[in-house]
Design a protein around this ligand. Structure first.
Ligand code: XIL
Length: 314
């Protein structure tokens, strides 16, 4: 049978899965990942705490491990992420920085990491989670010290370091039309008008059955495409209150199918990445206690109804 990525490729799209470094030692898991998917995203291996654990001292061990695994299995790599308020190294969060100092730190970080992975990473989540739910800028370290101009700067520095990589802004709770996705719509429109290099909008798509389906996902994907940027679903998972049961798994399957269909309906929706593919390795149970079963394969690497629904939609 064709793999999910082969089915996606018939539509000119990719189907990928995140992977965290320790999971590569799970041979059965790593083998299935390499066979079924066309792209991968390091779950943690390219985050700031991993790549620059001390100021100006770079460590690409974890990211390189993912890149060489990906190369061995013919997967392309989405880079994640250059700038985020979370999982920053202690030296950065505990320091007090002038604007000039922090700007130089950010520029060096982006430049070194993107240069290291030039030709090995086809797209970067340049800035992750920079908006609040109400559509104002998130008050992260960079915003507080540099003001909103840090976003355009980050994109320009990333472009200079690798002119071929696609540059994304990425966030959660932006799948539906609302204050937060409106803020990105306005920002990307402005960035494009100002000639700032932004190529794509990443919708993480960490969905939860209890919050309802983002009903205007198709229209939302379309409006970003109409701005002239690619859209990607970058971290898809659909969690539920445990224990899972037949009804919840059926609803989850329906949602996976609808999300897949929403991407296929818009030419510029370039691909879908699940945030891990099996309930054996998922960030959900530890982050959202009492929730889980969020992925299309179960703990034993067997297909769930969600897998069949994705295939159907592809
Ligand atoms: C998660 C990883 O999966 C976990 O292993 C880690 O402990 C925390 O981060 N949004 C993102 C991802 O952009 O980087 C997060 O990944 C999940 C939420």
């Amino acid at each position: 049978a064709a793999t999910l990525d082969e089915l996606a490729r018939r539509h000119g799209r990719y189907f990928g899965s995140a992977v965290d470094n320790p999971e590569l030692t799970d041979a059965a898991y790593a083998e299935l990942l390499g066979r079924e998917f066309g792209t991968t995203t390091p779950g943690n291996g390219m985050k700031w705490y991993a790549t620059e654990p001390r100021r100006g001292v770079f460590d690409f061990t974890a990211g390189d491990e993912i890149v060489s695994y990906a190369r061995a299995h013919h997967l392309k790599v989405r880079g994640h992420t250059l700038l985020w308020h979370s999982q920053l190294p202690g030296w950065l969060t505990s320091g007090t920085w002038t604007a000039d100092e922090l700007r130089a730190i950010l520029k060096n970080h982006i430049t070194q990491v993107v240069k290291h992975y030039r030709g090995k990473v086809f797209a970067w989540d340049v800035a992750n989670e920079i908006m609040s739910e109400d559509g104002t800028y998130r008050e992260n370290l960079f915003y507080r010290t540099l003001g909103p101009g840090y976003i355009a700067d980050a994109l320009r520095w990333a472009r200079a370091a690798d002119p071929k990589a696609k540059l994304y802004l990425n966030d959660y709770n932006v799948e539906d039309i609302g204050a937060k996705s409106d803020a990105y719509y306005t920002l990307i429109k402005r960035l494009k008008a100002d000639g700032v290099p932004v190529d794509g909008f990443g919708m993480q798509a960490h969905l939860a059955l209890q919050y309802g389906f983002p009903g205007r996902l198709p229209q939302n994907v379309q409006r970003f495409a109409d701005l002239g940027v690619d859209v990607a679903l970058t971290e898809l998972d659909i969690r539920m209150a445990l224990p899972a049961d037949t009804a919840k798994l059926a609803q989850q399957a329906d949602w996976y199918g609808r999300v897949t269909g929403a991407c296929l309906a818009v030419k510029r929706c370039v691909g879908i990445t699940v945030w891990g593919y099996s309930d054996r390795h998922s960030w959900i149970p530890s982050t959202f206690p009492g929730e889980g079963a969020a992925l299309p394969w179960d703990e034993n690497l067997r297909h769930k109804p969600a897998y069949d629904a994705i295939r159907q939609a592809l």
